[in-house]
Design a binder for this molecule. Structure first.
Ligand code: XMP
Length: 516
């Protein structure tokens, strides 16, 4: 993907760095985040069209504060400093900083005090509500810079030196609540750096297919673990387009999938994409190992271990395997790099275990440059239906961690039926796409009820339906009571063995999304 325009984001540790990358990509420009130890020489070799210095939690004056490689300003491409990035620029170019006792955190009204290409298409008279988060501030700008924006409490809220092509904002334009932030980022990319937006998902697909063909070469096989989720499905379809049936997909049926899931996913993938797919029926093996086990961590351990065993045994039957394909996404890559330095081993994807060491497989990770929303765009571009593109996350241990206590065939059947009703009703009412995850949980207790003329003593199903953006935090979804009523009465009427449905109204934290 070398021919694409590229923006390099130097990461000084801000919680918003990923957002900068996302905004740039949303504007149709490929961007990469590199930890702040990256050198100007290394950045130069990446042939960037612009450089953005992120914010960060440090104070420029701190002993171990990350420094600015001044060579970044000599690359001949425009530079935008944000928050800490602005302070680094001011400090290194001869301006003056002042530390403040208190952090300014939250909204501020930003006024554009000079004409600047960064403000093109914005009305200079408007005051913009922006998001501030900083301790230090710039007291005086470096020689040849001018102040281009202020707030009531901050005289230098933005500065620029047009002839050197350096721009800086004290606030966070990448944050959704910063008015005009996207326009300023677009102005930086298109008006200042003159970039042509060329990051499209169809371009990505072509490039990735070519890359995979080159990496794999004319012979040898690749194995890929399929889970039914969007990441592994997209990886499989892309690689299938690149090398056809030399890609061997393995779907381990662990007996913990939802109703008809294995059949639906596998027949869909075979029919629509002609995938070379083996479904391994390991249901008995998993369920017998889980017999009598109640502890959630123990369940996870058993499932993880068995998965690797089954997957490895199946992969070992395929000859001349050279690569293992995984659905690692960009946030996993950045997370590993930012915290552990660039040479750190990249986190391996959930659910896909290692193969026997003597196989020495190389990894292929075609999605390692993409954010989740971009994976969805690729899936749409590849012609996948909504049911794949918008499928809720489903944990590797499957229904095992949604059956509290012991897993039995009978309890699996009850949960599958109840869960199917939840999925169907969320979809039919249009709520499936609006919530992050929605599912049923089977509790390890029975309660009294009355059905017809008889007293019952049956199971309780809990509904867990949450809003979230990244699963790090979540809140219970405020579903209309009519919908909750419908789900509840359908479950109680249609699922033998259930006489009570409760709605989980806890947020994460302090609760988690899953119950185990
Ligand atoms: P929690 O329960 O920690 O879940 O709030 C956050 C997200 O992660 C999913 N999850 C898992 N995914 N293996 C997985 O592959 C697991 O063991 C696991 N536990 C939780 C959960 O569904 C939610 O999306």
């Amino acid at each position: 993907m070398d021919a694409l325009s590229k923006v390099i984001i130097v990461d000084y540790g801000s919680q918003f760095t990923q957002l900068i990358a996302r905004r740039v990509r949303e504007a149709g420009v490929y961007s990469e985040i590199h930890p702040c130890i990256v050198t100007a020489e290394e950045v130069k070799a990446m042939n960037p069209s612009a450089v953005i210095l992120s914010g960060g939690p440090s104070s420029v004056g701190d002993e171990d504060a990350p420094a600015l490689d001044m060579g970044l300003l000599e690359l001949g491409v425009p530079v935008l400093g944000i928050c800490y990035g602005m302070q680094l620029l001011a400090h290194n170019l001869g301006g003056e900083l002042a530390s403040s006792e208190t952090r300014e955190y939250g909204p501020a009204d930003f006024n554009m005090t000079a004409d600047c290409p960064l403000f093109a298409d914005l009305n200079r008279e408007d005051s913009l509500r922006v998001w501030m988060s900083h301790g230090d501030k710039v007291k005086s700008v470096p020689p040849s810079f001018e102040i281009i924006g202020s707030t009531e409490t901050l005289e230098v809220a933005a500065m620029a030196c047009v002839e050197k092509n350096i721009y800086a904002l004290q606030y966070h334009p990448e944050v959704h609540h910063s008015e005009g932030g996207d326009i300023m980022i677009n102005n930086f990319l298109f008006k200042i750096a003159g970039i042509k937006p060329d990051w499209t998902m169809s371009g990505f697909i072509d490039a990735v297919i070519k890359d995979c063909q080159e990496t794999v070469g004319p012979e040898g096989n690749v194995v890929c673990g399929l889970s039914g989720g969007i990441d592994s499905t997209v990886v499989a379809v892309l690689l299938n387009q690149a090398i056809g049936h030399r890609l061997h997909c393995i779907f381990v049926d662990n007996g913990l999938m939802r109703q008809n899931e294995v059949e639906e996913v596998s027949s869909y993938l075979r029919e629509h994409f002609d995938l070379n797919l083996t479904v391994v029926d390991a249901r008995d093996r998993f369920l017998s190992k889980l017999e009598g086990v109640e502890d959630p961590e123990e369940k996870r351990k058993i499932i993880g271990y068995e998965f690797i065993e089954v997957f490895d045994a199946e992969a070992a039957r395929i000859e001349n395997v050279k690569f293992l394909a995984q659905g690692t996404l960009y946030p996993d890559v950045i997370e590993s790099i930012s915290h552990k330095g660039p040479s750190a081993v990249i986190k391996s994807h959930h659910n896909v275990g290692g193969l026997p060491e003597d196989m020495e497989l190389e990894l292929i990770e075609p999605l390692r440059e993409l954010f989740k929303d971009e994976v969805r765009k690729v899936a749409i571009e590849l012609g996948m239906p909504d049911s794949v593109v918008w499928r809720h996350p489903f944990p590797g241990p499957g229904l095992a961690i949604r059956i509290i206590g012991e897993i039995t065939d009978e309890r699996l059947t009850i949960l599958r039926k109840a869960d199917k009703i939840v999925q169907n009703e969320l979809t039919a009412s249009g709520w499936y796409r609006k919530v992050w995850q929605g599912f049923a949980v089977l509790l390890p207790l029975k309660t009294v009820g009355v059905m017809g003329d008889g007293r019952t003593y049956e199971n309780v199903i809990a509904l867990r339906i949450v809003d979230s953006v990244d699963a790090m935090t979540a809140d219970w979804a405020r579903l209309p009571s009519e919908l909750l009523e419908k789900i509840s009465s359908r479950i109680i009427n249609e699922v033998v063995g259930v006489n009570r449905v409760v709605y989980d109204i806890s947020s994460k934290p302090p609760s988690t999304i899953e119950w185990e």
